[in-house]
Structures are given as structure tokens and as C-alpha cells.
Ligand binder design. Structure first.
Ligand SMILES: Cc1cc2nc3c(=O)[nH]c(=O)nc-3n(C[C@H](O)[C@H](O)[C@H](O)COP(=O)(O)O)c2cc1C
Length: 319
């Protein structure tokens, strides 16, 4: 089987791989641009970014992408969701991927700005709704994913249901950690895969060395589910702060700026993500997919090398 190109609306990516958006500031313009240059799709994690910062990151990604496809990911749960969408469309972003809740309004903005909207869903019903409202593609995300989770079901169970329910391109996400898993998804009829955890160990990933080190040392038992004040569970690697969350002893937020539409205020997830991105992982949450420990070579290398390795693994698996 030769690898298919990934077509979303009028865009054609040479490789059927989307590097999943990662907030806060884990996938910035540098990583998205480096991935886009390889022929895959690079995504900036825009949640938690100010509008000016997002503009700058989109420019950085563009400069590095050499004409490749660059998008943003924004959580519906973010209070300034629509402002981020409008900023990205004004900057002529190639596509917008949205998850962690469902917005009907975004499709209108996408149509007005001629920008494809890709919905992350975890059920066939939501995939159908997204298609009806005007989505250009669907990302089906299973419980194996990193970050906030919309389901406790495996991507391998949900994917066939979604594929049957819609006629749009369907992209599988969650726990697809190597080319063999990508090949498996493509053989099941996926039009592409979204991979995030694998790209954290890229040189261009903006996470601090301490954060990446946690990825390099994590064992199977270190990967846990926490409850997030957003109102969804999240998947993360154990840190001192994560242990506190698990024990219900995480400190309450100080100086909250109400950045989320809804927040339980149990602790500040955004500050915890900012802390870990900067290297203070003892006071932070390190989001990760379920299978971080399965990455064969956990050394830090250029994103282009990671893509080459994924393609080689896929080839060995018969793709
Ligand atoms: C560190 C990290 C941060 C993430 N942040 C976001 C985010 O801001 N928005 C989102 O929709 N998904 C987010 N995700 C989910 C990924 O985009 C992706 O769909 C998922 O992790 C895929 O599974 P994998 O990591 O096993 O490849 C995040 C994942 C990780 C690992």
C-alpha cells in the first residue's frame, strides 16, 4: 500500500499526517512550520495564546513551512475562542481544528473566511452534526489521546462508527505513536492520522528540557488520568503536582482571569500547563498520550527526522 495524500477541502497534504495541536505553547510556530515543511500538516496549539502572540506564531510557522500546510487548534472551552478563530482567519491560516466542546458558530466564520474547519469528535453522532454544519473533515479522537479527553472508548472502536456515519475525510487520533499504528489506521480506511505525543520530543517543540525529560523517562504506570477544572478528564504524566491533583490536594487558583467559559476553580489548569512548559514540572501538568512509553527512540531530534522515522515504520508495516 502506498501512502495516500490527505485532502481536506482544497488543501492537499503530501503525507496523511497531522501533528496534533498542543497547548499551552507546546506546539508553537517552530514545530508546526517544521512539520509542515515535510509535507505533513503542522498545527499550532492556540489555546492560552494572546492574539498578538498567535499572529507572530503563525508568521513563524509560515516562514518555516516552505509552502506547507499550517493550521491552528483551539479549544471551544476557551473564553476567547471566537477571537482566536477570527485572528487566525485574518492571518489566512490554512485550516482550523477545534475540540474540547462543540461550537456551531465556528462553521459560519470558516465559511465567511473561506477557511476549512475540522472538528475533533469522539462519537458518530457529533461527527454527523459537524458534517451537517459544514465541517471539512473529522478527527476521531479516542481515549488514548493526550490532553483533555472526550471519551473513555478506544479510537479503534469509535473510528469504524464515524467512518460509516460521514462522507468527509476521517482522521484517526489517540495512541497512534508510530508508523505501524498509522498503517493500521490507513488500512481500516482512515484518510489520515493525527499524532501529538510523538512530536513532543522534536527539537522544534517549545516545551522546556525538563518537560521533554519527563517524556523520555515515563513508564506505563506514570501515565494517569486526572480530572481537569474544564470539566473533562485529562491524560498526563505523573509529576508532584499531578500527584496532588490525584490526592485532591492541588492548590486553588490565585488571581484567576476567568480564561475558560466554565471552570470548577479546583486548581488552575492553564497555570499548571504554563509552569510545566517553562520547566517547573513540579508545579505543572505534563499532558501526554497513553503510549508515550512505547516510543522506541526517545532522543530529541528534528521534527523532519521524526516524520522520516514514522514513514519508515509504516513501510515496514506494509504501507
Ligand atoms: C501535550 C499535549 C497537549 C495537547 N493539547 C491539545 C490542545 O490544546 N487541543 C486539542 O484539541 N488537543 C490537544 N492535545 C491532543 C492532541 O492534539 C492529539 O489529538 C492527541 O494527543 C493524539 O494522541 P497521541 O498524543 O497519542 O498521538 C494535546 C496532546 C498533548 C500530548
Amino acid at each position: 500500500m502506498s501512502l495516500p495524500k490527505l485532502k481536506i477541502d482544497t488543501l492537499t497534504a503530501q503525507l496523511p499526517i497531522i501533528q496534533g495541536g498542543m497547548a499551552v505553547r507546546i506546539s508553537t510556530g517552530a514545530l508546526a512550520g517544521a512539520v509542515a515543511k515535510t509535507g505533513a500538516i503542522g498545527i499550532i496549539g492556540a489555546s492560552g495564546m494572546a492574539f498578538d502572540e498567535l499572529r507572530k506564531e503563525i508568521q513563524i510557522a509560515r516562514e518555516r513551512a516552505a509552502g506547507g500546510i499550517v493550521g491552528i487548534n483551539i479549544m471551544f472551552a476557551a473564553r476567547d475562542f471566537i477571537g482566536v478563530v477570527q485572528t487566525a482567519i485574518k492571518e489566512k491560516i490554512d485550516l482550523i481544528i477545534t475540540g474540547a466542546g462543540f461550537s456551531r458558530d465556528i462553521f459560519k466564520y470558516g465559511q465567511d473566511g473561506n477557511t476549512p474547519i475540522v472538528s475533533i469528535v469522539s462519537t458518530a453522532r457529533l461527527a454527523e452534526t459537524a458534517q451537517r454544519l459544514g465541517a471539512s473533515a473529522i478527527v476521531v479522537e479516542g481515549k488514548e489521546a493526550g490532553g483533555h479527553l472526550g471519551t473513555d472508548r478506544s479510537v479503534w472502536d469509535i473510528f469504524p462508527e464515524v467512518k460509516k456515519a460521514v462522507s468527509l475525510p476521517v482522521i484517526a487520533a489517540g495512541g497512534i505513536i508510530n508508523g505501524a499504528e498509522m498503517c493500521k489506521a490507513l488500512k481500516l480506511g482512515a484518510d489520515g492520522v493525527q499524532m501529538a505525543t510523538r512530536f513532543v520530543l522534536a527539537e522544534e517543540c517549545a516545551a522546556a528540557p525538563e518537560y521533554k525529560h519527563r517524556y523520555q523517562t515515563a513508564t506505563k504506570d506514570d501515565v494517569v488520568i486526572i480530572s481537569s477544572p474544564v470539566g473533562m478528564p485529562g491524560r498526563a504524566i505523573k509529576t508532584a503536582f499531578v500527584e496532588k491533583i490525584l490526592a485532591n490536594q492541588a492548590p486553588r487558583p490565585i488571581g484567576c482571569d476567568f480564561c475558560l467559559k466554565k471552570c470548577s476553580l479546583k486548581y488552575c489548569i492553564i497555570q499548571a500547563l504554563i509552569n510545566s512548559q517553562k520547566g517547573d514540572i513540579d508545579h505543572g501538568v505534563v499532558f501526554s498520550g497513553e503510549y508515550v512509553w512505547k516510543i522506541k527512540d526517545r532522543s530529541i531530534k528534528p521534527a523532519a527526522k521524526i516524520v522520516t522515522e514514522i514513514l519508515q515504520e509504516a513501510k515496514e508495516a506494509g504501507c
